[in-house]
Design a protein around this ligand. Structure first.
Ligand code: NAP
Length: 337
């Protein structure tokens, strides 16, 4: 072990990112300062929100700097330690660089226990993904027994957890996803009451109306665009719309491409609540929420799926695949054993 491999952001993508926006670099493994540990990357998370950081536009999180290592969620193993809190062999997670080895201050990571749950789950159902679903749905969506919950991006990392929590709360759940295989998974394995393949239906509004004969009480929005226009037009009185993401708009090059019906009339008529959120808003409550998610997993009320791409060199491909719908459940990259 003497060299480190890294992936840097070479350019801010225009429209859909390509492999040319990323650069591979080989550098020496860094030596440690007092209070630091060296973490060998095992699993690495690629996430749609990272597209927003590949732009100089102002947002809730700073842009990635050009020619710097990209940063994201990682679980790994401590291989060397100059910290009293950690020793070699500890498994940890944190926001670290897209590289095989990270020298990181002890304050920027936390331990995870692979005897409680597989390591990958700390980046999926028990990590920020599961927490996003939990807080968006329960704090903003507040589904009640018998209500209809619609979730877009339903077979993705956040969406599949949203639908399952809505079922736990007694709701009727309809998922929108982009392939037959995904729809089958939602209905047959996760127990969704209905699902729609938005890539195959002629008219998404008509399909949603048929799937939701009692209208929509909660629309959990992961995608924005025409799918959300249709859902918003079918809201019931006092519906709730947690706005989690808008992946359909992440690669547009002009705002003109994302014009839809204005929402004000629909919101006034239904007195619906539409509210954006960022999972980190809830960081003070993460512990309790993770305990709930863990409990539902153990009880078999919650299950999860991960699409695991093998190999450090394939990290950009796994990221790009998110915009083509290549993943079912959480997209991760396995970098080492
Ligand atoms: P994900 O759903 O696992 O992966 C992205 C999925 O989006 C793809 O598999 C694809 O599935 C779908 N998609 C891609 N392009 C689309 C388009 N043009 N129209 C409709 N669907 C499209 O990703 P995730 O991590 O769970 O994230 C889901 C959403 O939540 C994203 O918008 C993300 O930015 C957001 N998010 C927000 C927070 C927060 O704190 N607010 C935290 C995490 C994630 P199909 O095959 O169905 O098209």
């Amino acid at each position: 072990m003497s060299v480190n491999e890294q992936i840097l952001l070479k350019s801010y993508p225009k429209g859909m990112p390509t492999r040319e926006d990323f650069e591979y670099k080989t550098v020496p493994i860094p030596s440690l300062e007092e209070g630091e540990v060296l973490v060998r990357t095992i699993y690495l998370s690629v996430d749609p929100y990272m597209r927003g950081r590949m732009s100089s536009a102002k947002s809730y999180v700073a842009p990635f700097s050009l020619n710097e290592v990209i940063e994201g969620g990682i679980v790994g193993e401590v291989v060397e330690s100059k910290s009293e809190r950690y020793q070699a062999g500890d498994k940890v997670t944190g926001m670290l660089g897209w590289q095989r080895y990270n020298a990181v201050n002890e304050k920027l990571i936390r331990k995870v226990d692979d005897r409680i749950a597989p390591l990958s789950t700390y980046l999926s159902v028990l990590g920020l993904t599961g927490l996003t679903a939990y807080f968006g749905l329960l704090d903003i969506g507040k589904p009640k027994d018998g209500e209809t919950v619609v979730v877009s991006g339903a077979a993705g990392a956040v969406g599949m957890v949203v639908g399952q929590i809505a079922k736990i709360k007694g709701a009727r759940v309809v998922g929108i996803a982009g392939s037959k295989e995904k729809n089958k998974y939602l209905e047959e394995e996760l127990g969704f009451d209905a699902s729609i393949n938005y890539k195959e239906v002629d008219n998404i509004r008509r399909a949603l109306k048929e799937a939701c004969p009692n209208g929509i009480d909660v629309y959990f929005d992961n995608v924005g665009g025409a799918i959300s226009d249709a859902a918003i037009s079918l809201l019931n009185d006092h519906a709730r719309v947690p706005v989690c993401g808008a992946i359909s708009a992440y690669n547009i090059t002009s705002l003109q491409e994302d014009l839809g019906p204005r929402v004000q009339s629909a919101l006034v008529k239904t007195r619906a609540l539409m509210k954006g959120f960022i999972v980190s808003d809830y960081s003070s409550q993460f512990k309790e929420a993770a305990a709930d998610l863990g409990k539902w997993l153990v009880e078999g009320k919650l299950t999860y799926k991960e699409t695991i791409t093998e190999g450090f060199e394939n990290i950009p491909n796994a990221f790009l695949g998110l915009f083509k719908g290549q993943n079912i459940g959480k997209q991760l990259v396995k970098v080492s054993e």
